[in-house]
Design a protein around this ligand. Structure first.
Ligand code: UGA
Length: 435
């Protein structure tokens, strides 16, 4: 099948590359010249394990092309995926201007039938606006369909999430569109992954509802972690104990310094606003958000309670990305925490396996804020090590080397990456979350 993908951000690029890899001919349209230059040379503008290789393979196989001209994209395929950004606007709602612009431009250059599919995360009933916009700008009575096909991939495991999804959700209004999706996803459904057919409004809702539910699960376990700290229980055991109930499930019950990234914070906010606009006061999600914001402050207080005075202390920080396996620092708890430590007068030595370049744009290097060569280099002569991201290479660190390098064997872990017993036997003064 010929497919056009509009937008080469996280979702667009992964969608384009994976559909190309499944044997389709894909043209990905992107405004940024810089991105197009990189992509055409087989370079991924985002850090995602395995993406560069898959990108190159499919460019070589001529299954994947990049371009800037939306008219070219519209002429190229009958199936068009909208993967443009839907950032947060000042009042918390999703800013849909890029969705409107793409819908308008598609309509303006359409000469034959098109199926326009929303893949970006959008508020419920956005499909109605896409349709309305297209009707308004179409020059003649050309038929088209609008469908919703939300994406559930996670940064860091995006390719495998796309190819092996828990489910594929398609929101359609007629059988023709349903059959197109069945054909498009056949290589994936043949492996046993289910495809759920709904109407477009349900599909749009499912995306926001899923992200909000997962965020709520994280805030729940984080609040429970506070109770564990007060009562002498270990949150990892409590999480295991409740998670083994298959109705609850063990995943997304990792307590820590809260969720970040480009999705959960934005989507929870947007979902609260969507509910509000429809007369529903979603207090459960408001609390989810409040609890998440408090995590960072609580952790900053915890550091102060342990170190007493941060001023002039040398502090090593492991992890700047909002989670492991990504260079993304958007809404990363590390931004708030590192800023607070810096303001309190500490000398900081930061290290992250992938996110340092991005972090430097927010917090440039200076006398009291240095970026280390590697994780051990960050530790030399430090009074404490603070862990902010759950990278595997941190969990697998040589603890005797860590102890040797630190001036004081104090580890304050915001992600619970080390076993309590091990830290005790290794002689660390170890603090973590809810244990
Ligand atoms: C999230 C969803 O998991 C995807 O399904 C969705 O497609 C994506 O948003 C999106 O809407 O585009 P992502 O933001 O990549 O994916 O990251 P997650 O793995 O979900 O983690 C989000 C945050 O929650 C991270 O800061 C992570 O550290 C935190 N987290 C996650 C916890 O604190 N505890 C957990 O148990 C799990």
């Amino acid at each position: 099948m010929n497919i056009t993908v509009i937008g080469a951000g996280y979702v667009g690029l992964v969608t384009a590359t994976c559909f190309a890899d499944l044997g389709n001919k894909v043209l990905c349209i992107e405004k940024s010249e810089n991105k197009i230059r990189k992509l055409s040379a087989g370079e991924s503008p985002i850090y995602e394990p395995g993406l560069t290789e898959l990108l190159r393979e499919n460019i070589e196989r001529k299954n994947l092309l990049f371009g800037r001209d939306i008219a070219e994209g519209v002429a190229y395929a009958d199936v068009i995926f909208l993967c443009v950004g839907t950032p947060q606007s000042e009042d918390g709602r999703a800013d849909l201007s890029q969705v409107e612009e793409a819908s308008r431009q598609i309509a303006l250059c359409m000469k034959s039938y098109k199926l326009v599919i929303e893949k970006s995360t959008v508020p419920v009933n956005t499909h109605r606006w896409v349709k309305r916009t297209m009707y308004r700008y179409l020059s003649s009575d050309i038929p088209f369909d609008v469908a919703s096909n939300p994406e559930f991939l996670r940064e860091g495991s995006a390719l495998s999430d796309f190819m092996n999804p828990d489910r594929i959700v398609v929101g359609v209004e007629n059988d023709r569109v349903k059959e197109t999706f069945i054909a498009l996803y056949k290589p994936i459904t043949d492996k046993g992954h289910p495809l759920l057919v709904t109407n477009p409004a349900e599909a749009e809702l499912i995306k926001h509802a899923a992200n909000s539910f997962l965020a709520m699960k994280i805030s729940y376990i984080n609040k429970l972690a506070d109770l564990c700290e007060k009562t002498g229980a270990d949150i990892t055991m409590v999480a295991k104990g409740i998670g083994l109930d298959t109705r609850i499930g063990t995943r997304f019950l990792q307590a820590g310094i809260g969720y970040g990234g480009s999705c959960f914070p934005k989507d929870v906010k947007a979902f609260i606003r969507i509910a509000e606009q429809n007369g529903v006061d979603f207090t459960l999600l408001k609390d989810t958000e409040i609890i998440n914001c408090e995590r960072r402050e609580r952790f900053i207080d915890k550091i102060e309670q342990i170190l007493w005075i941060n001023k002039d202390k040398n502090i090593a920080v492991w992890g700047l990305a909002f989670k492991a396996d990504t260079d993304d620092i958007r809404e990363s708890p590390a931004i708030t925490i590192v800023k607070a430590l810096e303001e309190s007068g500490a000398n900081l030595f930061l290290y992250d396996p992938a996110a340092m370049d991005n972090f430097k744009l927010v917090m440039p290097e200076k006398a009291n804020l240095r970026y280390a060569q590697d994780k051990y280099d960050a530790l030399s002569n430090c009074d404490a090590l603070i862990v902010l991201t759950d990278w595997k290479e941190f969990a697998e660190a040589d603890l005797s080397e860590v102890k040797k390098r630190l001036r004081l064997p104090i580890v304050i872990d915001g992600r619970n990456i080390f076993p309590l017993e091990l830290m005790k036997t290794q002689g660390f003064e170890y603090y973590s979350i809810g244990r």
